[in-house]
Design a protein around this ligand. Structure first.
Ligand SMILES: Cc1cc2nc3c(=O)[nH]c(=O)nc-3n(C[C@H](O)[C@H](O)[C@H](O)COP(=O)(O)OP(=O)(O)OC[C@H]3O[C@@H](n4cnc5c(N)ncnc54)[C@H](O)[C@@H]3O)c2cc1C
Ligand SMILES: *[C@@H]1O[C@H](CO)[C@@H](O)[C@H](O)[C@H]1NC(C)=O
Ligand SMILES: *[C@@H]1O[C@H](CO)[C@@H](O)[C@H](O)[C@H]1NC(C)=O
Ligand SMILES: *[C@@H]1O[C@H](CO)[C@@H](O)[C@H](O)[C@H]1NC(C)=O
Ligand SMILES: *[C@@H]1O[C@H](CO)[C@@H](O)[C@H](O)[C@H]1NC(C)=O
Length: 341
């Protein structure tokens, strides 16, 4: 086959990481990222980008652990290279604290992060409302830098990007051999997959450069995640809420909850409010599909529904999507050979 033409719909973390993985591992193809929103306007730009797994109830734990390990080890290598600063990847240590003792003492990912251990009595003295806690070192990916770095790598591999809204994946049929659907939540009107829904998250991005340690309340609702340029304070989880406008009362609540854990945040400056809609699903949809219209066929690979944990698993799911794209290319070659006979 001449170079396979592949369109990746979506320019968030999942679209770009999938596009780069395909263009790295399948040299005999051209990859084009197509989306209506690019950095800094994606959900991925709102996220803190911490590598702390979200639990997907619809995916076996060993699979989630494998995706997390592949992602962690891949980013740890970048973090250990001269690219780390441009890619926006850094190590961060901190605490996850609990008001009630968690059911599982050690989470499934405890041996993937670095130096996982129980917090000491002395460490717990900072948090009199909390019963116990875990200390560990993990990674954080800051966006926009990480998205811009991925875009640069895609272009170095000969890939392209286009700003365009897609109403129907069939629009891409005449120009591309394979379409990879990384459209996150998609748009409200277009949602055909009834299993995907938004979970709204509001966060504050503040200037507080003295904060170096992360703190996450075990319920996942309140967190302080220091990045390279700002600190992300969260948050909210509001199911089926599509409202992208910040709510001032919610911001007050977030700041109050974070200051209760870290009083110095009272003097944080330059407070910006951001809202994102997590593309929520019980499991990531990672699947091949052949759409059929009359005698025409369109090969699609789905990779969406990363919910509140896209950063933690994106490299693992990009590798899986790349395997599926390779299978589509093999199927296309087979059918072209047959039609020649
Ligand atoms: C407040 C908040 C905090 C978070 N914190 C973390 C965290 O610390 N760690 C973690 O792992 N995860 C976190 N997440 C989750 C993470 O942000 C998501 O899992 C991830 O960003 C999803 O990436 P995505 O590329 O699928 O979606 P998006 O970033 O939303 O990208 C979707 C892309 O698809 C395009 N698109 C959609 N429909 C169309 C269409 N019809 N035509 C053309 N283009 C289209 C959009 O324009 C966009 O480019 C957080 C999320 C939120 C909201
Ligand atoms: C992001 O959105 C703003 C406001 O809608 C717009 O002005 C800007 O051009 C967008 N940026 C990109 C890269 O699309
Ligand atoms: C970190 O970098 C050093 C020097 O390049 C290398 O020898 C080592 O294997 C790297 N470790 C990891 C985990 O990438
Ligand atoms: C592409 O993904 C979106 C979610 O972003 C989903 O709603 C839609 O059904 C998918 N498209 C097709 C043709 O399956
Ligand atoms: C403001 O937020 C608090 C929680 O932080 C909530 O209890 C209260 O009901 C909210 N008030 C309004 C007017 O929304």
């Amino acid at each position: 086959m001449t170079k396979a033409k592949i369109a990746v719909v979506g320019a968030g973390l999942i679209g770009f990481s999938t596009a780069v993985c395909i263009s790295d591992s399948i040299p005999s193809c051209t990859v084009t990222v197509i989306a209506d929103r690019f950095t800094p306007n994606t959900t991925s730009d709102v996220a803190a980008g911490m590598l702390i797994p979200h639990v997907f109830p619809g995916t076996p734990v060993h699979q989630q652990k494998q995706w997390f390990r592949e992602t962690f080890d891949y980013l740890l290598e970048i973090c250990n290279s001269s690219q780390a600063s441009e890619a926006g990847i850094h190590l961060v240590s901190g605490w996850q604290i609990f008001k009630t003792v968690p059911k599982e003492e050690t989470p499934f990912w405890s041996d993937v992060v670095l130096g996982f251990r129980s917090m000491t009595e002395k460490e717990m003295k900072k948090f009199p409302q909390h019963k116990c806690g875990q200390a560990f070192t993990t990674l954080k990916c800051d966006c926009p830098p990480y998205l811009l770095w991925l875009e640069k790598r895609l272009k170095e591999n000969g890939g392209h990007v286009h700003v365009r809204k897609i109403e129907d994946l069939w629009e891409l049929h005449s120009d591309y051999d394979i379409v990879v659907n990384c459209s996150g939540l998609g748009s409200q009107k277009l949602i055909r997959d009834r299993e995907i829904y938004p979970i709204r998250g509001q966060v504050l991005k503040v200037h507080a450069p003295w904060i170096r340690h992360f703190i996450r309340d075990g319920d996942g609702l309140t967190y302080i995640y220091p990045g390279i340029h700002d600190v992300t304070l969260g948050g909210t989880r509001q199911k089926d809420n599509w409202n992208l406008s910040p709510d001032p009362n919610t911001s007050k609540g977030i700041l109050g909850r974070c200051c209760a854990l870290e009083p110095s945040l009272h003097t944080a400056k330059d407070v910006k409010v951001r809202v994102g809609l997590r593309p929520s699903r019980s499991a990531v949809r990672l699947q091949k599909e052949v759409l059929v219209r009359g005698s025409e066929k369109l090969h699609v690979v789905h990779n969406y529904g990363h919910s509140g944990g896209g950063f933690s698993v994106h490299q693992g799911t990009a590798q899986e999507a790349t395997r599926l794209v390779k299978e589509c290319i093999a199927a296309l070659e087979m059918s072209r050979c047959k039609s020649k006979l």
